[in-house]
Ligand binder design. Structure first.
Ligand code: KIV
Ligand code: ZN
Length: 386
């Protein structure tokens, strides 16, 4: 099985999205959570963006032992110097240099020609390499870039010292088959690509970030960039938990796995919500409130006999032990009676239809029913307030 490295950018791409900013203390606290999760690389920030960011990267570096710490830099000397300074306490360090390669970004944002971009890449990647052994180079907006030019830029970056090359879908534009084709093209058209780590970094504007990342893995990528809960610019980045669990559950197909401690996924997701206040939708895969819950009678009946009828992920793997049966308007009498028994409510077999009607009447007016309401409904003489 291939090992896929997890490059977590929750503290950089994630943190720079609306509503997700963190204080220095929160960043350090969360970096420790990522270490417990066992990510391979933590992108701790963008040092040149502010002194606060630079300090936060230094503090994270002091407090984290095992993952590589990386700091982002544009293709200029000042950014690279700041990134290097921010990493001075890191036990394992990487400078992450990027420049845009799409026509629209080069023309309207950078105001640079292709030739100028190539010169910058050569100069700045070499400069970063003179400071640090581990250099990642990213082609911003790679998926809207001309393929031949992209191959040329990658060739120069590798000649200048990049050992990791990242292919971002910066604006979430690409489709899975196209992303696979781009990676395949790079692998066969960049002569010095052997031995270089290829990385995927996909945004979720069309809801395809995880699919695109997985396509990248199929095409030979060995590092994936992602965030917990998929937080990130606009519609977010590829969600770490979805990639990790897709590989775990469909290892038969991908023949690849990560080093992530899956039992730490839910705590990491909850901690991020606590820190940022940015909530996760109930139907979000893996970490959503409903991801392992069943309300419909047919599903509940199936799961009670064999969980695998409607669950492809064993929730115990993720440390979820709580009851996954939810009583709702679609539940059948089996689930309602089981619930009553589990709460110690005495069940008279001749009154089952009556119990079911009572619960359904309550649910016709309320969206859900909790354990206390069950107890009140079936405790004689106590009247329920409607
Ligand atoms: O989305 C992107 O292109 C980025 C790069 C800076 C890696 O975040
Ligand atoms: Zn990004």
């Amino acid at each position: 099985m291939r090992n896929i490295k997890i490059f977590d950018t929750t503290l950089r791409d994630g943190e720079q999205s609306p509503g997700c900013s963190m204080t220095l203390e929160e960043k350090v606290e969360y970096a420790k959570v990522l270490e417990k999760l066992n990510v391979d690389i933590i992108e701790a920030g963008f040092a040149a963006s502010s002194d606060k960011d630079l300090c936060a990267i230094q503090e994270i570096s002091k407090n984290v032992e095992y993952p590589i710490i990386t700091s982002l830099a544009r293709c200029n000397k000042n950014d690279i110097d700041k990134a290097y300074e921010s990493l001075k306490y890191a036990k394992k360090k990487r400078i992450h240099v990027f420049i845009a390669t799409s026509e629209i970004h080069m023309r309207d944002k950078l105001h640079m020609s292709r030739e100028e971009v190539l010169v910058k890449v050569r100069q700045m990647v070499s400069y970063a390499k003179s400071l640090c052994d581990d250099i990642e180079f990213s082609l911003e907006d790679a998926t809207r870039s001309d393929k031949e030019f992209m191959a040329q830029v990658i060739g120069v970056a590798i000649e200048s010292g990049a050992n990791v090359v990242n292919i971002p879908d910066t604006v979430g534009y690409i489709t899975p088959m196209e992303y696979k084709d781009i990676i395949t093209y790079i692998r066969s058209h960049v002569p010095n690509i052997d031995g270089v780590e290829l990385s995927a970094h996909c945004h979720n504007d069309l809801g395809m970030a995880v699919s695109n990342t997985l396509s990248g893995i199929e095409a030979g990528i060995s590092q994936v960039e992602c965030t917990v809960n998929g937080i990130g610019e606009r519609a977010g980045n590829a969600a770490l938990e979805e990639i990790v669990m897709a590989l775990k559950i469909r290892g038969d197909y991908y023949d690849a796995d990560t080093n992530i401690n899956v039992s730490e996924i839910i705590p990491a997701s909850k901690k991020l919500v606590d820190i940022t206040g940015s909530v996760v939708q109930n139907n979000k895969p893996i970490v959503g409130g409903n991801a392992f819950k069943h309300e419909a009678g047919i599903h509940q009946h199936g799961v009670k006999q064999n969980k695998a009828t409607y669950e492809i992920i064993d929730s115990n793997m993720l440390g979820i032990e709580e009851d996954n049966m939810v009583i709702g308007i679609h539940s059948g009498h089996h689930a309602i009676i089981d619930k009553m028994k589990s709460l110690g409510i005495r069940v008279d077999d001749s009154k089952i239809d009556e119990y079911v009607s009572t619960v359904k009447e309550y649910l016709a007016e309320h969206k859900s029913i909790d354990d206390d309401t069950f107890r009140i409904l079936f405790t004689p003489k106590v009247k329920i307030k409607k």
